[in-house]
Write a protein that binds this ligand. Structure first.
Ligand SMILES: [Fe+2]
Length: 206
């Protein structure tokens, strides 16, 4: 299993996940630089099975139409709520704890509302956690945008994220931290948003 973290736009991360045995690949959050992502796919002879949006914001989804039009058999994957706002037809709607196979790779989706109502995170083979704008290195996603909810975000972090295994590598949707990725175990010890004990503390984090 390979996860390629690709910086796109100003500080966005897109991801290409692929199975070395079958060459099946998925692109996660193609916000910008669709051509760069497509060139990675073709130069590595990958077959693009899935195009996954962690949430509907344009800086994570701008490239979907272009990539789908050059790879028409690729299935667009999103949650029901955020998928409805993509402006393109979603081929596979995922519910909490749904799983997909990508060659020999297992993708497990968890619904993580807070930044948007239908945001998702993706667990890849019990090794990696792609967090979109739910969790960044050292911080969490904004809750002050339309559909954002401070209390939902706190609940998501406490009930969905903290319970996951420490060994997962957190791959965020933006390069906002002091490093581009980190173990979830280290984030549990250092990320102020995961250290907040209650909603009141959480709401006071600058
Ligand atoms: Fe976002």
């Amino acid at each position: 299993m390979t996860i390629e973290q690709i910086k796109t736009g100003f500080d966005n991360f897109s991801y290409i996940i692929y199975c070395q045995k079958t060459n099946k690949a998925a692109i996660v959050d193609p916000g910008y630089d669709a051509a760069k992502l497509l060139s990675y796919i073709s130069s590595n002879n990958l077959n693009l099975e899935y195009l996954i949006a962690t949430h509907y914001h344009s800086d994570h989804t701008n490239g979907i139409k272009k990539i789908k039009s050059s790879n028409p058999s690729t299935k667009i994957v999103a949650s029901e709520l955020d998928g409805a706002k993509l402006g393109v037809k979603v081929d596979k709607t995922v519910l909490d704890e749904d799983q997909l196979e990508l060659g020999e790779i297992n993708l497990k989706f968890i619904l993580t509302p807070g930044h948007t109502s239908g945001g998702i995170c993706i667990i890849v083979d019990n090794e990696a956690l792609l967090t979109g704008d739910t969790l960044f290195i050292g911080d969490c996603g904004r809750t002050d945008l339309p559909e954002g909810s401070l209390s939902q975000m706190f609940e998501t972090l406490q009930e969905k994220i903290i319970s996951l295994p420490d060994n997962l590598i957190v791959y965020p949707g933006h390069d906002y931290g002091d490093k581009p990725f980190d173990t979830l175990g280290n984030q549990k010890l250092t990320n102020k948003t995961l250290l907040a004990k209650n909603l009141d503390d959480f709401s006071r984090i600058p």
